[in-house]
Design a protein around this ligand. Structure first.
Ligand code: NAP
Length: 281
């Protein structure tokens, strides 16, 4: 029987999740459907009640509801509680359970890129301390890392995030201004800020002059597919990666929670690339 899945957020017009999941259902011969549900903040509570009544099997949550949905759920997984945000909801009996697959999605895509099992010997820099940074920093810390530095324009937010991660790893917080002099010491530099995202494509979150050759530079942005920062890094000899793998992986992990089936990640990536390519033309 066909099951209902969905996405809750606002605005959703540019979201790649519906096409990614619906194409995968079709390819796997599953009669399910993934529907975007645009809800304003003041509509969220009633909207979630309606989804329960409709018998929704699971859904994703995006901006601006990732934090405010938490009290509306029956349970929230520990990692999502530590991240402080939910991006995936699944059903267990009559209960709606909140999870966060952004952090694990990022971690899995980063490990694939480095070809290693863990980050235990790596010195990692996360630039930014917003919602995406929280998911990335908490998941990296929980899985083990040599050391983690969080740099943010607003130092206070970086400090708060560091204290969440400190039970798991050696973590420090610095401001963006003092970062430039110490860049060459990192093995992996991750941009979690929105700087460089379309349409502001001519901005970079930090200069690349001081990164060393062979450093991994990872940008969570995937529109454009290569930000100016990644282009500059690639030209300096860095190993670069955009946020598309994270996006696909967080979706694939949600799919597994909902259905207990492994979707085809390469095909999901192709679907999104095709759609992004169409948009950019
Ligand atoms: P957010 O919560 O609004 O956080 C934005 C971050 O960017 C904050 O750290 C903010 O610093 C910093 N920032 C913004 N403008 C800045 C500027 N002009 N100078 C210095 N710092 C600036 O946003 P988010 O939800 O974390 O999303 C961040 C990015 O990640 C977006 O581009 C989003 O598309 C991407 N993302 C990708 C995926 C994926 O699957 N690939 C998933 C989630 C998010 P302050 O704290 O000082 O304001």
């Amino acid at each position: 029987m066909g099951k209902l899945f969905g996405l809750v957020g606002q605005p959703l017009g540019h979201s790649m999740s519906p096409i990614m999941h619906n194409t995968e259902f079709k390819e796997l011969g599953l009669p399910h459907h993934y529907q975007p549900f645009e809800l304003r903040e003041d509509e969220l509570e009633e909207g979630i009640k309606a989804l329960r009544l409709l018998g929704v099997e699971g859904f994703n949550v995006t901006i601006p509801h990732k934090v405010s949905i938490i009290p509306m759920l029956d349970e929230v997984e520990q990692e999502a509680m530590e991240i402080g945000a939910v991006n995936t909801v699944y059903r267990r009996g009559d209960l709606l359970i909140g999870a966060n697959t952004d952090g694990q999605g990022y971690l899995q895509s980063l490990l694939k890129l480095t070809g290693e099992d863990s980050l235990i010997n790596k010195k990692v820099l996360v630039v930014g301390a917003g919602g995406a940074a929280r998911a990335v920093a908490v998941s990296i810390s929980r899985s083990g890392v040599g050391s983690l530095t969080i740099a943010n324009r607003t130092l206070d937010k970086a400090e708060k995030l560091s204290s969440v991660c400190r039970p798991y790893a050696t973590v420090d917080a610095i401001s963006l201004e003092i970062l430039n002099s110490s860049l060459e010491s990192y093995d992996i530099v991750i941009n979690t800020t929105s700087i460089g995202m379309s349409p502001e494509i001519n901005n970079v979150p930090l200069p690349v002059q001081n990164v060393r050759e062979g450093v991994v530079m990872s940008d969570l942005i995937y529109n454009p597919l290569e930000t100016l920062w990644l282009k500059q890094g690639r030209e300096q000899g860095a190993i670069t990666s955009n946020g598309l793998s994270m996006f696909v992986e967080q979706g694939a992990l949600a799919f597994e929670k909902w259905l207990g089936i492994k979707p085809d990640r390469s095909r999901m990536k192709e679907t999104v690339l095709k759609k992004l390519g169409g948009q950019q033309c």
